[in-house]
Design a protein around this ligand. Sequence first.
Ligand code: HEM
Length: 412
Amino acid sequence: MTDILSSEVGTLPSGFDPWDPAHVDDPIAVYTMMRETEPMHWNAKRRLWFATRFDDVALVLRDHENFSSAQYNIDKPHMTERPVDGDRYQAFKGPTMVTTEPPEQRRLRRGSAPAFSTRGLDRLAGRIREIADRLLDGVEGDEGMDVIADFAYPLPVYAIAELLGVPREDQDEFLELALADRGSPAHDPHASKETLERTAAHGRRLREFVEDVIEKKRRLPGEDLISALLTSQREDGLTHAEMIDTIHLMMEAGHITTVNLIGNGLDVLLDRPADMEAIRNDPGLAPSAVQECLRFVGPVQFTGRTATRDTVVGGSLVKAGESVIPLIPAANRDPSQFTDPEEFRIDRRPNRHLALGIGVHVCIGASLARVETEIAYTRLLTRYPHLRRAGETAWNTSFELRGRTTLPVAFR
Ligand code: HEM
């Protein structure tokens, strides 16, 4: 076994920490250095493996028998500090498709699939276009806006409301609840007791809201996700608690991810007027442009898996019980997979990146996220042909879900 193990292990300096706050402005530079220096890196400080090569990241994500998402989510080894009784304050905490493995994961996932079918997405696309235009009507007449606060933040909330089947008259309340539901202080080691209690109260309100929509759908089912989950209750034995947790998962997994994709991608496009003009003149370019935004500045930086048995990855032995962090942006700029990976090309083909995962846990909302971002860009660029930057932008400080906190633009 030893002779196939990498001789590169241990090349990075001891005490090296990829998630040192000093790297937050440019994590990609650090990830690239890792891929070039020690592509499978055992980090002594975090006690985690980091995978950075495309093939290694894809292997770990695909091989759900040897690399378990369920076990990783129990350990949460990247969260070294957590509030002692943080979980007590969480209104939603059951197992979901992300925290289980097949066949249980398939049972929990199956019921949601019809809402993400082509037919379901066609229905949603029309509504998302209307919502995008309504949000832009709201700033019409102004000199400009903050793309994040005024557009990218609310758009996915309304899209998820539509996906779930929240009646239109209740959607503004849904947005208000989503606005209050920022992050999960239950995982923040520095959250005060007051913050945890406020979050718990908010979680209860959200839960009541969701219960109310479920009752409405029971009486009057539609083609939405909640109606599909009610069917799954009968056909797959999905319990009421599992249905509630699935709904909450969609709200969590489908919101800030999409906000950040819209913001991160537009941030790149704003420096590339020729690309903006090309998309405006030919909206058929939007899908490949969004695909490239996902590769180049996709928001999800990593996920995690725990080895269920000793397994060799990229020449390194990962022992049973050790966790691996696949660094998605590092894989998405691997020159063995992409020609000129540091170049942003809105017509890049092929462009098989890992920004939405791969394998059994591949993002169920991938097509929805793409459609939302395509609509966001085409509506913005069509309505504001002279769109330009109008101030400083800033990165959030998250190593998990990277995104712009503000992105001021001028319309003229
Ligand atoms: C730009 C937007 C998005 C990005 C970058 C993204 C990324 C990802 C990634 C990388 C995974 C795989 C996680 C893993 O393997 O551990 C994932 C899973 C998932 N995503 Fe997304 N996502 C996005 C939008 C959405 C939307 C809009 C929804 C739903 C409304 C959604 C729902 C989910 C769910 C439920 C899973 C878990 C699937 C499973 O474990 O079976 N995501 N996403």
